[in-house]
Design a protein around this ligand. Structure first.
Ligand SMILES: [Zn+2]
Length: 359
């Protein structure tokens, strides 16, 4: 028996895991997170350091049985079973293997090319946490420590003035990182934007951690000094979502349900933020405050042109509290999304789930 990755269950049979993985493929397609492309994987709870499961290279909507699921090596990204080597495997399976390798606390990975998110990967507009259901996008690991930013303020201000003030004032959460594959290519690599090697997958996985800046170094040292702890390398990502320039995005989470939730609500967040920015531009851009000289070709006289205003994103405190609140209810939408795909004839799930209730 396995223990594991549906976080609201204490025990899990592998049959349940496969059933959940097939359902997750269907949900991601039904919610337009994936189309013919995109994939989801889950760590093998019986060999957590060595293996993960994902479908071989077929469209997510058509994954239907255990025969479609392949066990891959975390070390190499290659199939563990000889019989699976003849199947076509996703070129980008190294996204999954390298994230599992770097973060032992990650048990599920989703990769998507959702078009609503893609503009944020190419135009330098940061994807933030616009609403509470997407608060995880604004995750500030600093805020997730067991002490409050207020307690830290007198000590940390000289070292981390701007960043800390943003947290204290509740200005904003973090920007979602964007990984540029172009910075990792060797001249001999195909420049096709695909994560087709361990080297490229490793570079993407690195973006889920805070960059090794001097500010982050000081922040870590401050945290260790104040809490009396000395932390090794983090087992969980600092960011649950990383955008990939001109390609898509990847989500890394603690379980299937949570990761599917974050993938769906990353797309929702992109839609909401885009709408907010367009609305702001439509409403504010070009508005003139002051006098216009109508006799002189409409030139502005004693006036100014108003600029669009930045949307009011979630504050650091709101990011923290909303993420905790939503996390406690992630089962609710999962049950709805599961029922939706069960009712649609396109989706077939032939994996048994007899262990589900017994676990
Ligand atoms: Zn891709």
């Amino acid at each position: 028996m396995s223990t594991g990755y549906f976080s609201h269950r204490s025990k899990l049979y592998l049959t349940d895991l496969f059933n959940g993985l097939v359902t997750a493929n269907h949900i991601l397609h039904n919610k337009d997170v994936v189309d013919g492309y995109g994939h989801i994987s889950v760590r093998n709870p019986d060999a957590p350091d060595d293996a993960f499961f994902m479908a071989h290279a077929i469209a997510p909507a058509l994954v239907s049985s255990q025969a479609d699921i392949v066990q891959y090596s975390i070390a190499t990204g290659e199939p563990l079973e000889k019989s699976d080597e003849t199947k076509s495997n996703f070129i980008e399976r190294y996204i999954h293997s390298e994230i599992y390798k770097k973060f032992p606390g990650v048990n599920c990975v989703v990769h998507s090319h959702a078009p609503e998110v893609l503009p944020f990967s190419i135009n330098h507009v940061p994807l933030k946490a616009p609403v509470h259901t997407s608060a995880f996008l604004g995750k500030l690991s600093f805020c997730f420590a067991s002490f409050s930013a207020w307690q830290l303020a007198p000590i940390a201000l000289p070292f981390y003035k701007d960043g800390l003030l943003n947290v204290i004032r509740g200005r904003t959460g973090t920007d979602t990182p964007v990984w540029d594959i172009g910075s990792t290519y060797s001249s001999g690599d195909p420049h096709d934007m695909l994560v087709r090697s361990k080297k490229l997958g490793g570079a993407l996985a690195q973006c889920f951690a805070k960059p090794a800046t001097s500010v982050n170094f000081i922040r870590t040292k401050l945290t260790e000094t104040i809490t009396g702890t000395h932390n090794g390398p983090s087992t969980t990502p600092d960011f649950p979502v990383v955008l990939m320039r001109g390609h898509g995005f990847t989500v890394a989470g603690p379980g299937i349900e949570e990761t599917v939730y974050m993938a769906i609500y990353t797309v929702q967040a992109a839609k909401i933020q885009t709408s907010a920015l367009l609305l702001s531009n439509a409403y504010f851009a070009g508005k003139i405050e002051g006098n216009v000289d109508s006799d002189n070709g409409g030139k502005i006289k004693n006036g100014t042109i108003k600029n669009p205003k930045e949307p009011h994103y979630l504050s650091g405190r709101e990011v923290k509290d909303a993420t905790e609140a939503i996390w406690n209810t992630a089962q609710r939408p999962w049950q709805l999304w599961k029922r939706e795909v069960e009712c649609l004839p396109l989706y077939v799930n032939a994996c048994s789930s007899e262990g589900e209730e017994g676990g």
